[in-house]
Ligand binder design. Structure first.
Ligand code: FAD
Length: 486
């Protein structure tokens, strides 16, 4: 008889692990607290508008290709991908920078801002490409069990890049603050300040300028739909509206979970819910990490989000837009050093219907505005309204159009929703940051050291935040489960 594994949650990491485990012959059952699968990548539809609730940047297409090819499938078996051109636009106080779909186009834009900068850019991206190859093929695919995993001939030769920061590296070569902000942007996906992120992570710049920004037609939820279908094809049982109340153990070995007071037995439990919450489902003596441990960690930001349906097409915007028209350093301090609501926030606006009309009714625009904020901040209707006005006013002024009277639909999402909907620690949006001291073997472990046959996956463990890492996390933990349950 095959062994049974219970998977808690249905985010990218849980779906990924479930597919690998089912393919290996385990009996797999997912239990998800929310009514739909997908976790932070859920989607909702309202009055003809389609809103991806979380991720919107499809980066590192090779990781998605690799995932589906492990099941003898292709992404095109499930969804249609377009490479975006421009990839995105950045609004600064006095001008705009457009990032095209090739390094050559981006070099022309860099030259326009800082003559001579394209020579440095080509060298920087070439080094970033080498780092990408090492990171993806040599480092990231390790389970974070030992420091020795980081020691490869390639990383030894580049050990200095783990102690220099991306911020320092960029500033050495580029003087114009707009180019500096542009090159520091990709590492924000790792959840920490560029001044705290090792320069080895410049591989994110290769993901950005080298591999490009893609869009699955119909939205990011198409990837979840694809993985959900694949999981079902592989025989995974999926239960939604099923909040797990407890992970049960007998003599230090897990034997299942409790839902609605009912015990469901299994040979192993894998949790893809936020790690801190997952351990709270155990008795205190069975937890590996204390409250003090979590409190001490650098978390990725939370976010204040607005999902907005406009009754007209907007002008002067692209699919992805960054509003870097205020002081990034100040906002970063308000996120990481002195957690408080930002006085003058940077924000991101996503209008997928600019390139994919299927996401909005004819002649309308689907909008998603995101302000990164410190996790754990006070969240109230008044604060949300206040920041809605700030963002919409700035948006109108910078893009030169009025939109306030064109809003058909508006919904917000913030710290309290991240906690209520996902059991997120302090309402973090995308997990625990990848800093030097929170990388690889220094992150919370995939396998419990206190409870046998209990495993963890997702953005708080290895390799870290983001959709591609979540897919990899699912693969890493499933390999570990296969090894341990044989
Ligand atoms: C606003 C936002 C924007 C983002 N933008 C990008 C982007 O553009 N590109 C990118 O690559 N990444 C982005 N990310 C990050 C990316 O979405 C996440 O890293 C990834 O989706 C995390 O997947 P996960 O499986 O680790 O966790 P989750 O998606 O959080 O899945 C955990 C699941 O566990 C469930 N759960 C929790 N407690 C229980 C319980 N007791 N019982 C049952 N189920 C439970 C939750 O409901 C959830 O479904 C973004 C995230 C957010 C929030």
């Amino acid at each position: 008889m095959s062994k049974k594994i219970i998977v808690i949650g249905s985010g990218f990491s849980s779906l990924s692990a479930s597919c690998y485990l089912a393919k290996a012959g385990f009996e797999v059952a997912i239990y998800e607290k929310n009514p739909t699968v997908g976790g932070r990548a859920r989607q909702f539809k309202e009055s003809g508008f389609t809103f991806d609730m979380g991720p919107s940047w499809y980066w590192m297409p090779d990781i998605f290709d690799k995932f589906f090819s492990d099941f003898d499938k292709k992404t095109s078996d499930y969804y249609h991908l377009d490479k975006l051109d421009p990839a995105y636009k950045i609004f600064f106080t006095d001008e705009q920078l457009t990032i095209g779909d090739s390094l050559d186009k981006i070099c022309v834009e860099f030259e326009r801002i800082e003559p001579g900068s394209s020579v440095h850019l080509k060298k920087f991206i070439s080094k970033a490409e080498t780092n990408y190859d090492i990171a993806i093929n040599k480092v990231v695919l390790r389970p974070g069990l030992s420091p020795l995993e980081l020691v490869t001939p390639e990383t030894i030769m580049r050990v200095d890049q783990f102690f220099k920061t991306i911020s320092g590296e960029v500033r050495k070569k580029f003087k114009n603050p707009k180019l500096v902000s542009t090159l520091e942007f990709p590492v924000l996906f790792l959840g920490a300040k560029p001044s705290q992120t090792p320069s080895f992570y410049s591989f994110m710049n290769y993901a950005d300028f080298g591999l490009g920004t893609w869009h699955p037609k119909g939205g990011m939820y198409e990837i979840i739909r694809a993985m959900h279908n694949l999981a079902k094809e592989l025989g995974v049982e999926i239960h939604t509206d099923s909040p797990v109340e407890k992970i049960t153990t007998i003599n230090g070995v897990t034997n299942g979970i409790v839902i609605n007071g009912n015990q469901i037995v299994a040979d192993a439990v894998l949790s893809g819910a936020d790690y801190h919450h997952s351990e709270s489902l155990l008795d205190p003596k069975e937890r590996q990490y204390s409250e003090a441990y979590w409190k001490d960690k650098v978390f990725a930001p939370s976010s204040l989000l607005f999902y907005i349906g406009f009754n007209k097409k907007l002008s002067n915007v692209e699919h992805h837009n960054l509003f870097f028209d205020t002081d990034f350093e100040k906002h970063a301090k308000e996120i990481y050093d002195n957690p408080s609501w930002p006085q003058d926030p940077l924000f991101y606006a996503n209008f997928p219907s600019v390139t994919d009309q299927s996401m909005a009714p004819e002649g309308c625009e689907t909008g998603f505005f995101l302000i990164p904020i410190a996790p754990g901040l006070e969240d109230s209707a008044e604060l949300r309204d206040q920041y809605y006005d700030i963002v919409i006013d700035r948006f109108e002024r910078i893009t030169g159009q009025s939109v306030k009277g064109n809003i058909l639909f508006k919904r917000s999402f913030c710290v309290n929703d991240f906690i209520g909907e996902y059991n997120s620690y302090k309402g973090n949006a995308y997990g625990m940051a990848n800093t030097l001291t929170q990388t690889a073997f220094l992150r919370p472990k995939l396998m419990s050291s206190k409870v046998k046959n209990l495993f963890f996956t997702g953005q708080l463990t290895v390799p870290g935040p983001g959709v591609p890492p979540a897919l990899i996390s699912g693969k890493l933990v499933s390999d570990l489960i296969m090894k341990n349950l044989k």
